[in-house]
Write a protein that binds this ligand. Sequence first.
Ligand code: ZN
Length: 161
Amino acid sequence: MRLSGIFAARIWLMHTFTQYMYMENNTRRAVPLSGTYPVPQEESGTRSLCQECGAPVYGRPDKKFCCDSCKNRWHNRRARSSRLFRMKVMSALEKNYRILSDLLVRGTDKVEVSTLGQMGFDFYHITGYRKVRKSAEMWCYDIRFTVTESVVKSIRKVEYL
Ligand SMILES: [Zn+2]
C-alpha cells in the first residue's frame, strides 16, 4: 500500500522529531535513521496529534493543539460552521413563515399536507409543537396551525400583545 505524500511527510517529521528528542536525552549521540530503537515512555513526551494540522503535541496531557494559530484556526472554523447552520435554520423558518403568511393573505386557513410540502414548507423547521389528541399544534413564530395526518388547518396569526 502506498502512503500519500502528505501522510508520508507527516510520518517522516514525527520520526525525525522523536529521534531528535531521543538524541537530546542521550547526550546527543548519533542514532541511525533507519532501524528500531526503544523510546522511553516519559522521554518521548508525545501524547497526541494536533487537531488542526496533525503535528505531534507536546506538553500537558490534555493539550489538543501544537500552537496558538492552530488553536485559533480550529475554533474559528467551528464558529463559522455553527453560524452557517444557524443561518440555514433561520432561512428555513423564514421560508415557512412566508408560505403560511401568503396563505393567510389569500384567505386560506386550510391546506393539504402534501400541497404545503409541494409549496416548499419544511415541517422540521417550526418554532413550537404540541401534541393534541390525534393531531399536532405547531407554531411558526406567531402563526399557529393544526396538523392532522393529511390536512393542515386552523392556520391563524396569534396576537401576543
Ligand atoms: Zn497544529
